[in-house]
Ligand binder design. Structure first.
Ligand code: SF4
Length: 586
């Protein structure tokens, strides 16, 4: 095993608080892999929660594995089989199960690379009985697992709290029978709702290349569509940081999930659809679990898609401040910042805050159902600035459906107006406010009303970003950051592709060629998946999963978007049946 790799991992361990070390005797051994570097994985609340949940089970030992650091990459690539776990520094092949937690599509290449680095044949069909079963969960694969289907034995479709106990129950039940790999997978696919074994399904294609069918193989007792599993948050502990480390963006901050999902219905947001219905942890439970956290670190980051929508957020902020907590928030909604949240931000001496108008014009915000008025945005900016928060970050997207040059002009106008208000308030003070625009390329995602829409295109997005850059170049105190449209294009390919898109991943991961080369070499035109507007009735590869949101509802939302009509927020308490998800909970 490369000595430097071991030494680096030992250094991480020595600086961590909360690491779990368990003996291996008689336990199911799970290697929990994050397909990116240690610092990225350890900032991910989902990854941390699964580590905690698995290790709380007496009959399981779970250890972490990360994509190698840049300095170690060549060594690990040259020595297949030398990818090791952090805790015991054992080879991945010593584990029974290898679980990937995948929040971002652009890390799919790392998944295939890590299989190869672990000495596991990357393609499922080449794996024999001796290798660990390789599986994946996480929001990227809940949305569309198909591009990874050749490389993983199965997928967890749903939330870990709902799925893991059922999975382990069935796993333990069949271990005594010494099943073959295939028997094991058949059992899991049949008996655990939410387990998807892609090799048990056959995809058919029409002459024009679109998907014509996706059916279980004859004779197999597996569902036609795999049900997404939701957790009942009233019955589980809130997700929170398990291991603190100084080597992450959130060093010494305990992240605490206060709710899941979002009831606002922004039409571009996959999380807003996949995690429906919006659910919250109650404040009593949140305070209970935060007490031991505060004894280790006073800094607490409250996490949710819309933190201020938590019905008890004001009381929660007060109570945490009373207990000596220093509280920060994952996001702020410009139309809902209660005074207690402002007080918490001020008390934590947080000088930077982000708000997300997403689009410059009110018309385009109606299209995407981001129901924010200019007055609400300006009022939020003024309240934040008055409290001494002088670094404002504004999130926007470009390439949205129905976007015109006037919408880009509106981003520039809004920025100038915000700057004007910030400078008016900070004039005469030692420090003036600064505004940073973070502008992302819109990627249409599965299971959203924009799943029928094509990606705007690299050249087009570059032109739009250059235009904004130029328009704001001479405006003082304003910085503009863009993501790279070429990476958004890859993300669109991996979000919207079917099984054949796996060829691009394989080429890049195993032959070491660049993405541009892979896009040229693979005998399929990637624009077919990325750029194409889909017809109303086209079958989508991701529909092998059933999220419970009705297709007709998504189509209707898309039509409402095209005509600029907004949709009111979720009201599950009013027995709403609009999208279909709440009916599944009753
Ligand atoms: S059924 Fe209604 S309240 Fe429930 S998630 Fe769907 S739209 Fe929201």
């Amino acid at each position: 095993m490369p000595w430097k790799l071991k030494q680096r991992q030992q250094q991480w361990l020595s600086e961590e608080r909360g690491t779990v070390r368990k003996s291996w005797g008689g336990k199911t051994r799970v290697a929990l892999a994050f397909p990116n570097r240690y610092a990225v994985g350890m900032s991910n609340l989902g990854f941390q929660s699964v580590y905690r949940d698995l290790n709380r089970m007496d009959d399981v030992v779970c250890e972490r594995v990360f994509y190698p650091e840049p300095e170690d990459l060549e060594t690990v690539r040259r020595n297949p089989g030398c990818l090791i776990s952090v805790e015991s520094q054992r080879s991945i092949q010593d584990f029974h199960l290898l679980f990937f937690s995948i929040p971002f599509e652009n890390d799919y290449v790392h998944v295939v690379e890590m299989l190869s680095m672990a000495g596991i044949p990357p393609r499922v069909q080449d794996r024999g009985q001796i290798f660990p079963l390789a599986a994946a969960g996480g929001v990227a694969v809940f949305l569309n697992p198909e591009p990874l289907s050749a490389f993983l034995d199965f997928f967890f479709i749903g939330e870990a709290e709902a799925l893991l106990p059922d999975f382990l129950h069935v796993w333990n039940r069949i271990q005594g029978e010494s099943p073959s790999r295939d028997e094991l997978l058949q059992c899991l696919a049949r008996d655990v709702r939410g387990i998807y074994v892609p090799s048990f399904y056959r995809a058919g294609y029409a002459d024009d290349g679109t998907l014509s069918s996706m059916e279980p193989l004859p004779g197999l007792d597996v569902p036609e569509r795999v049900e997404y599993r939701r957790a009942d948050l009233s019955g589980v502990e809130p997700c929170r940081t398990a291991v603190l480390t100084p080597n992450t963006e959130f060093s010494d901050v305990h992240l605490l999930e206060i709710g899941r999902g979002c009831g606002r219905g922004c039409r571009f947001c996959a999380a807003g659809y996949v995690y429906r219905p919006v659910r919250f942890h109650d404040a009593v439970k949140l305070l209970e679990v935060s007490t031991p956290l505060l004894s280790k670190s006073r800094r607490l980051g409250l996490v949710s898609a819309a933190v201020s929508d938590h019905p008890e957020i004001s009381g929660l902020c007060d109570a945490l401040l009373d207990r000596g907590g220093v509280v920060s928030f994952s996001s702020l909604r410009a139309d809902n910042i209660p005074p207690q949240m402002l007080a918490a931000i001020e008390a934590s001496q947080q000088h930077a805050v982000a708000i997300a108008p997403e689009a410059g014009s009110e018309r385009l915000r109606r299209v995407i159902n981001k129901n924010l008025s200019m007055d609400q945005i300006i009022s939020a900016v003024e309240r934040l600035t008055e409290r001494g928060i002088l670094q404002l970050k504004l999130y926007f997207m470009i390439g949205l459906p129905e976007e015109t040059s006037e919408d880009l002009e509106a981003i520039v106008d809004m920025t100038k107006q915000i700057k004007h208000h910030v400078l008016k308030i900070t004039r005469g003070r030692k420090r003036l406010g600064t505004i940073t625009l973070s502008i992302h390329s819109f990627v249409p995602k599965a299971f959203t009303p924009f799943q029928w829409v094509g990606f705007a295109g690299i050249r087009e997005l570059r032109e739009r970003s250059r235009w904004i850059q130029k328009a704001l170049k001479k405006v003082p105190n304003v910085r503009v950051h863009f993501d790279l449209p070429k990476w958004a294009y890859i993300q669109a390919l991996l979000s919207r592709g079917d099984r054949r898109a796996g060829l691009f991943i394989e080429k890049t991961a195993l032959e070491g060629v660049s993405w541009s080369q892979a896009l040229r070499d693979v005998p399929f035109n990637p624009d077919f998946w990325v750029m194409r507007h889909r017809g109303r009735d086209e079958r989508f590869p991701w529909e092998v999963i059933d999220h419970g949101v009705k297709r007709e509802y998504l189509w209707e939302e898309y039509q409402r978007a095209l005509s600029g009509r907004t949709t009111s927020r979720c009201r599950p308490e009013e027995h709403c049946t609009r999208c279909g998800v709440c009916a599944l909970q009753r």
